[in-house]
Design a protein around this ligand. Structure first.
Ligand code: AHM
Ligand code: MG
Length: 336
């Protein structure tokens, strides 16, 4: 007997909490994010055939160059949420201010945070790309009155996850009850469940970091790198280095194989490069649900209360033992 594959929508209905209002809301949000994923994947497949690669010539709120595909991916997410009534606000890496969704002003119970196209330096070289999403429930339905209403801890996320655009397209999410991976059947235009209750090995043998910056890191971070590179058969070192320049792709590898991804602070950027609310927090939510950890090196990412929507944060994420080991190097010596 052939067991029919489980689609994204069917999967949510099969969850133990499927009868709850939350499950229905979640199904709504994930289906819209899945649709954005299909549309972005379609753009990416043919981007090189038209004039859509390269920069727009502008910079975003982060002061980073905006690629044409960054903007396109952002527009796709906004379009997808137009005309629905459950998500009333979208916060994006590509927009300084939150975007309120017309039509959801009285009814929207959720805010969605997105990095619409992660790893944009890979755009022009046909490397892996991703999108990251984080879903928060609003205290009141409608538009939040103040920006402060959106600055929530990672622990408050209702669900979070990412889309990975590699040789195939994956959607990985957690709603706090395990981690699930779906793969897009491009011909049928449907995401199907390909891994359920994913777990990350307690320790890995891979590290992922931009070593070009290592001389700018604090001594503790340089010491972690040196430790990972040291030969020692008993602890399985040296670890292998793997870095794609796309956080989603690198963290996905670590989620499946185990190990440590890190983007530390450096002498110029005391908070590192990655953004808390739509990069570090959602990925930490997923990795923690799989049994791993997400840390600034000193504290749990999802304990942080954002001071601003586009806050940056140093990130050490991956296998539990690897993150704990890194933290032991990063703690001020007086605390060890
Ligand atoms: P982006 O969202 O603008 O692409 O920036 C985030 C990216 C991550 O995907 C990646 O891990 C990191 O920035 C790469 O930075 P670097 O080029 O400094 O290694
Ligand atoms: Mg990013």
């Amino acid at each position: 007997m052939i067991v029919p594959p489980i689609s994204l929508s069917a999967h949510i209905l099969l969850q133990p909490f499927s009868q709850s209002e939350l499950a229905q809301d979640l199904a709504h949000c994930l289906n819209h994010i899945g649709l954005a994923g299909k549309l972005i994947a379609k753009e990416l497949r043919t981007a090189g055939l038209g004039p859509w690669l390269g920069s727009t010539g502008t910079t975003n709120i982060q002061g980073e160059e905006v690629q044409q595909l960054d903007q396109q991916a952002n527009n796709i997410f906004l379009q997808v949420f137009q005309g629905q009534r459950l998500v009333s606000v979208v916060v994006s890496e590509e927009m300084e201010k939150p975007r309120f969704i017309k039509g959801a002003e009285g009814t929207g119970r959720y805010a969605v945070f997105i990095d619409p196209l992660d790893g944009s330096s890979n755009v022009d070289v046909n490397g892996p790309l991703g999108s990251v999403f984080s879903i928060h429930r609003l205290a009141q339905p409608g538009y939040p009155q103040a920006e402060e209403d959106l600055r929530k801890k990672g622990h408050d996320q209702v669900a979070a996850g990412y889309l990975l655009f590699g040789p195939s397209v994956n959607l990985v999410y957690s709603a706090g009850k395990g981690v699930f991976q779906f793969t897009l059947d491009q011909e049928l235009g449907e995401f199907y469940l390909t891994m359920a209750q994913m777990t990350i090995p307690a320790r890995g043998r891979i590290y992922s970091a931009n070593e070009g910056n290592s001389r700018k890191w604090a001594q503790g971070a340089q010491d972690v790198l040196r430790y990972l590179q040291e030969p020692d058969t008993q602890t399985g070192r040296p670890y292998s280095g793997r870095y794609s320049g796309c956080l989603v792709a690198d963290v996905h590898r670590i989620l499946l194989k185990g190990g440590l991804y890190f983007y530390p602070a450096d002498v110029k950027n005391s908070n590192g490069k990655l953004r808390l609310m739509y990069e570090a927090a959602p990925l930490s939510f997923v990795v923690e649900q799989a049994g791993g950890m997400g840390s600034t090196g000193l504290q749990r990412i999802n304990d942080l209360v954002p001071q601003a929507l586009h806050d940056r944060v140093p990130l050490w994420i991956g296998s539990r033992d690897d993150v704990i080991l890194a933290e032991s190097y990063l703690r001020p010596k007086s605390q060890t």
